[in-house]
Design a protein around this ligand. Structure first.
Ligand SMILES: [Zn+2]
Length: 104
């Protein structure tokens, strides 16, 4: 299961939660607010580019598989800023295309 990082809009508390990609956002463990936003973290991807690529690819595919094209596009775009690799650029393009297709 993937680990997600959230920030609470109410108290700014940042926390990590492990849950399925199609599960709803959890409540803030600090104040109990439901107003939490998912943060796309890239810190761990900076460490090892070889490993980062496969991890990014896996997460991207997870988003696509569950029809989260907006997240997929956003994620790939952000990833492309951190890891310079043609494959990630392709993913960003693919994400955008899928998102456009869905909007039609
Ligand atoms: Zn909070």
């Amino acid at each position: 299961m993937p680990v997600y990082e959230y920030r609470c809009k109410n108290c700014n508390y940042v926390f990590e939660v492990m849950h399925g990609i199609d599960e709803p956002s959890p409540n803030c463990p600090n104040c109990g607010s439901k107003k939490v936003t998912k943060i796309i973290t890239m810190v761990s991807f900076k460490v090892d580019h070889g490993q980062a690529l496969s991890r990014i690819e896996k997460r991207f595919k997870d988003y696509v598989r569950y029809g989260k094209y907006k997240d997929a596009a956003k994620f790939a775009e952000k990833a492309a800023q951190y890891v310079k690799h043609d494959k990630i650029k392709e993913m960003a393009e693919e994400g955008k295309k899928r998102l456009l297709k869905k909007r039609k």
